[in-house]
Design a protein around this ligand. Structure first.
Ligand code: IMP
Ligand code: MG
Length: 185
């Protein structure tokens, strides 16, 4: 496993900028949900870093649960439209104020399926917060309530997002030089 600097094209969002924006999102969400509780649903695995940082910036009571979905074929970096549920929630969302926490919305296929599924379970409300948004690649419209950053159509990694499952632990969002990455693995 090589060190990431051999394929890091650029640091797109540095650690401090992420922290600042996550703090702002937390404040905004706290204002909007004043007087209510939130059930934050993290979409595994990419949303984990964002979830744990975000909920510490939220001042209303927050419960968490996790959902696993898989949208990519093996070895692919493009979502295929068909989304598979790999892990379901353990709590009921009926009559709860659900906030879906996602790392990145690309084609929109993953979140669209998740929203359709969760709406059948009668939450009191359902909103989406995504750290990153690749709007130029959208195939299905997804109603995003809170967005950290709009980013260009580049493959990114770090802060929860992986390259073949690794590098989620990096504290910043970097752009991958795919040619260099593929040449070296
Ligand atoms: P969508 O279904 O096309 O919207 O894809 C959403 C999922 O694809 C996200 O939850 C991520 O796991 C993954 N994804 C999309 N773009 C990137 C990227 O640039 N880096 C890492 N993962 C990505
Ligand atoms: Mg991924």
């Amino acid at each position: 496993m090589q060190n990431y600097d051999s394929f890091l094209a650029e640091v797109l969002i540095p650690e401090e900028t992420l922290k600042e924006r996550v703090r702002e999102l937390g404040e905004e969400i706290s204002r909007d949900y004043a007087g209510n509780n939130i059930l934050a649903i993290c979409i595994l695995r990419g949303g984990v870093m964002f979830l744990t940082d975000l909920i510490r910036e939220i001042s209303v009571p927050v419960a968490i649960d996790f959902m696993g979905v898989s949208s990519y074929g093996v070895g692919s970096r493009v979502s295929e439209g068909q989304v598979r549920l790999t892990l379901d929630l353990t709590t009921s969302i009926a009559n709860k104020h659900v906030l879906i926490v996602e790392d990145i919305i690309d084609s929109g296929n993953t979140l669209n399926s998740v929203v359709e599924l969760l709406l059948t379970r009668n939450p009191a409300s359902l909103n989406i917060v995504t750290l990153l948004n690749k709007y130029s690649r959208r195939e299905v419209d997804v109603p995003i309530k809170y967005c950290g950053f709009d980013i260009p159509d580049k493959f990114v990694f770090g802060y929860g997002l992986d390259m073949d499952e690794y590098y989620r632990n990096l504290p910043f969002i970097g752009v991958v030089d795919l040619e260099k990455y593929e040449a070296e693995i």
